[in-house]
Structure formats: structure tokens, C-alpha cells
Design a protein. Structure first.
Length: 128
């Protein structure tokens, strides 16, 4: 389990644990909770499918839901720079809370998600 993709190194169980922990933290985040649905089970399922492919595993999200069009899918939600930071902070905390994921893999995963997160910002949050 040493070489290959980040997905190969992390494995499905640890990735599922990470996603579960992440949405527990999102649900109690004052900036994020209001824009997410009350029931996060479907969101978590889609995120797990997405991350599986994103990290080099089987393309589960594409198979079930088609092209993710992530930026377009996020447009209905006001994503400010502060919300992007909150999202990444929840991810960083979730990684720390998932000891099955080693430090180097955690760092690499976090860096990859940081690069995507900046593109989800779609408002500066200042009312015009
Ligand atoms: C869905 C917020 C970043 C991947 C969602 C939803 C919200 C949201 C509100 C809709 C939840 C639902 O209705 O089920 C945010 C915020 C972000 C962020 C505030 C901060 C930057 C990201 C990033 C990724 C991502 C970086 C990928 C690496 C997804 C996926 C879905 C999703 C795969 C499910 C799409 C679908 O409905 O099929 N996000 N997101 N998000 N997000 Fe994000």
C-alpha cells in the first residue's frame, strides 16, 4: 500500500472516516452550517465518491452523477473567502482527527484541496 496514488495509500476506510469527521465539523461550524442541508448524509456520500476519484481511485462520482462541474454546482451557495477558509479549517481538523492518514499523505491531500477551494469562492460577501 506504499506506492501508487494518494487514494491507494490512504485507502477507502480511512477516506470514509475522514469524510464523516469532516461533515460533523461542518455541521457545527457557524459559517458553513447555514449553507449546507440539515441532513448531510447525501452530501457526504457524494463527497466520498468525488474524493475517491480525485485522489486517483475509481471514478465513482463520474459514474453515478456525471461530470462534477464543481464551480457551477457551488454557485447557488454564497461562498466567501471566509467560508473557503472555514471549509479548509474543517478539513485540516478532520485530517488531524483521522490518525489512519499519515502526516505526509494528510499534507498532500490538504494542499490539493486548498488549490480547488480557492476556485469555489464566488462572492466577496460584501453587500452592494
Ligand atoms: C457540495 C460548500 C469546497 C466538493 C457542496 C454544497 C455546499 C458546498 C453548500 C451543497 C451540499 C448539498 O446540497 O448537498 C462548499 C464550500 C466550500 C466547498 C463553502 C469552500 C471552498 C469544495 C471543494 C470540493 C467540494 C474544495 C472538492 C474538492 C463538493 C462536492 C459536492 C459539494 C463533490 C457535492 C456536489 C453534488 O451535489 O453532486 N459544497 N464546498 N467542495 N462540494 Fe463543496
Amino acid at each position: 500500500n506504499a506506492g501508487g496514488s494518494l487514494y491507494d495509500r490512504i485507502g477507502p476506510e480511512a477516506l470514509a472516516a475522514l469524510v464523516t469527521r469532516f461533515y460533523t465539523l461542518v455541521a457545527s461550524d457557524p459559517l458553513l452550517a447555514p449553507i449546507f442541508p440539515q441532513d448531510l448524509s447525501v452530501t457526504a456520500e457524494k463527497q466520498l465518491a468525488f474524493l475517491t476519484g480525485f485522489l486517483g481511485g475509481p471514478p465513482l462520482y463520474h459514474e453515478r452523477f456525471g461530470h462534477p462541474r464543481l464551480r457551477a454546482r457551488h454557485l447557488p451557495f454564497p461562498i466567501t473567502p471566509a467560508r473557503a477558509r472555514a471549509w479548509l479549517a474543517c478539513m485540516q481538523a478532520a485530517l488531524r482527527d483521522t490518525p489512519q492518514i499519515g502526516t505526509d499523505d494528510a499534507r498532500e491531500l490538504y494542499a490539493a484541496l486548498s488549490r480547488v477551494a480557492v476556485h469555489m469562492v464566488n462572492t466577496d460577501g460584501v453587500a452592494s
